[in-house]
Design a protein around this ligand. Structure first.
Ligand code: ADP
Ligand code: MG
Ligand code: MG
Length: 295
């Protein structure tokens, strides 16, 4: 997945614990093989290669995840949109490569999840426009983390944490105390906040993971589908909610939306908390995290 995976779990017997770790890693790798845009043999790559020409049947699993992505596009007015990749794939952040202005405009015009036709009869996907692409980088890690936690839970584990990139899910507590998780300082080392957490998912989307700067502009891996450019209002958006897939999709969504719309969306979703850090370093909380007497 092009990211670091971290697993910590409590179990009485070390051999069995290692076996469970391996099962988690195998599951992560299985999902990577299915959904990576960089593996030419993944189902996702088949969609990107062929769906402009024909309907491409995929596994029920991938189809369901694409459907979930569309649900987030609908609730966010298209701020979350996996067809962002029509433009996103033109950037190479490591090598500081970006499209020319005319390439950028052309690719940005191809971003629209409504031009992705989903046919549930045979789990197939077709693009209405030539050159469209999708990428599940904003949701797949959360999905993988949920699957990993499900494996551990089914095995009887009561205390664990699984992290993939910016997406973590916590099972139970940390031996009688909460787990302590931090929110990174978006412009330095260390953490700006530490949160005591139990049985919850937390995802952070930031502009500091994959980016480069050129001509005073910060080009990073999240793209505003409506503007065809990286949003610059927030430095990070964190979401806490039960499932990691939701925390993941929503953190990317809130990052795109910017402070006001992000807080509005977070406050409208039951069971969702949000912590935003804007460009000036100011921290904002969803209303459930704020003491009404202090407002
Ligand atoms: P992380 O990769 O650290 O988990 P995110 O969950 O925020 O961070 O995911 C960022 C990824 O989401 C990008 O690398 C890209 O693959 C994808 N992405 C970028 N912009 C959008 C968007 N507007 N809608 C959906 N996915 C996006
Ligand atoms: Mg995300
Ligand atoms: Mg993520």
């Amino acid at each position: 997945m092009g990211t670091r995976v971290y697993v910590e779990l409590w179990w009485q017997n070390e051999a069995r614990a290692n076996e469970l770790m391996q099962q988690v890693m195998d599951e992560m790798e299985r999902i990577n093989q299915l959904m990576s845009p960089y593996k030419t043999r993944s189902e996702l790559s088949a969609i990107n290669r062929l769906a402009s020409e024909q309907a491409v049947p995929v596994s029920a699993e991938l189809f369901r995840l694409i459907q979930t992505s569309v649900r987030y596009s609908d609730v966010s007015d298209g701020a979350f949109d996996i067809t962002f990749a029509s433009l996103g794939s033109e950037y190479d952040y490591r090598n500081k490569i970006k499209p020319t202005e005319s390439q950028r405009k052309k690719a940005a015009a191809l971003i629209n999840y409504r031009d992705m036709v989903l046919l549930p009869a045979d789990n197939s996907v077709r693009f209405r426009k030539k050159g469209m692409r999708i990428d599940l980088g904003g949701i797949a890690k959360g999905y993988a983390v949920d699957n990993a936690i499900a494996i551990l839970q089914a095995a009887g584990v009561e205390s664990a944490i699984v992290t993939a990139g910016g997406d973590s899910r916590i099972l139970g507590d940390h031996r009688g105390r909460p787990w302590l998780l931090g929110i990174h300082n978006p412009r330095g080392d260390g953490q700006v906040l530490k949160l005591p957490l139990e049985d919850v998912s937390i995802s952070t989307s930031g502009d500091y993971e994959r980016y480069f700067e050129a001509d005073g502009v910060r080009y990073h891996h999240i793209i505003d589908p409506h503007k065809g450019a990286s949003p610059s209002e927030l430095m990070s958006a964190s979401v806490l909610t039960d499932k990691s897939i939701d925390a993941d999709a929503l953190s990317t969504t809130l990052f795109v939306l910017g402070t006001d719309k992000a807080l509005k969306l977070a406050n409208s979703q039951p069971g969702v908390s949000a912590i935003l850090i804007d460009r000036t370093g100011k921290v904002y909380y969803s209303s459930d995290l704020v003491d009404p007497a202090m407002q």
